[in-house]
Design a protein around this ligand. Sequence first.
Ligand SMILES: Nc1ncnc2c1ncn2[C@@H]1O[C@H](COP(=O)(O)OP(=O)(O)O)[C@@H](O)[C@H]1O
Ligand SMILES: O=C(O)C1=C[C@@H](OP(=O)(O)O)[C@@H](O)[C@H](O)C1
Ligand SMILES: [Mg+2]
Length: 208
Amino acid sequence: MKLSLVGMPGGGKSTVGRLLARQLGTSFVDSDAEIEKQLGGETIKDYFARKGESSFRDLESRVIGELLKVPGEMVLATGGGAVLRDINRDRLHQHSTVVYLRSSPDELFRRLRHDTTRPLLQGGNPLAKLRELYGQRDPLYRRCAHFVLETSRPSVNGLVNMILMQLELAGLIDPARVAATVGAHPPAAPRAGEASESGGDAPYTPGT
Ligand SMILES: Nc1ncnc2c1ncn2[C@@H]1O[C@H](COP(=O)(O)OP(=O)(O)O)[C@@H](O)[C@H]1O
Ligand SMILES: O=C(O)C1=C[C@@H](OP(=O)(O)O)[C@@H](O)[C@H](O)C1
Ligand SMILES: [Mg+2]
């Protein structure tokens, strides 16, 4: 099964996705990290400044399309704006089980107030920007998702367990696999600085 995480910047897609993949013993891929790899190490922030958002969205669509074609299981953390394009929403919904990690703009602001890497939040009023983005995107995340999880209260480990249990209830993963992980001592959650790295504990080979 492929599982994709969508949601606002700061929603926990990269952090929860990495830990979830570790718990399931599957590959973890962060589309932002894959984009940066394909850019030869240039950061998304620098690419945004050099080429603009529309060019980034083209790249993002291509990379997400490629990743969804890679055979086998995978946990895919998308970037917060991946749902803006119809084609991405359609592909994600069709080729993976999509979980929307939903958080309020206030909570996102608390998590990201010191962040310097997210180009859309570097202006004068990041909280107002988060509210604006949330207003535009919340309906799109919902449209794309098979499951919606409220993330403001649970810890990262709690969210991983909630996702595993939802997947089990929906008959999408073997209960034995969940039993082996939920309740077991979880591996340490990645530190904030590790949140957008690619690669996981299982091997991953790019699609093209
Ligand atoms: N459920 C949570 N509770 C508390 N902090 C969280 C939670 N989810 C994510 N974080 C923190 O928020 C920050 C942004 O998380 P990240 O995984 O990079 O989000 P995204 O990839 O969705 O933009 C990180 O510092 C992460 O540790
Ligand atoms: O919200 C957005 O449009 C973006 C979110 C970022 O990913 P995260 O959601 O992981 O922060 C990254 O893709 C890029 O900076 C654009
Ligand atoms: Mg991320």
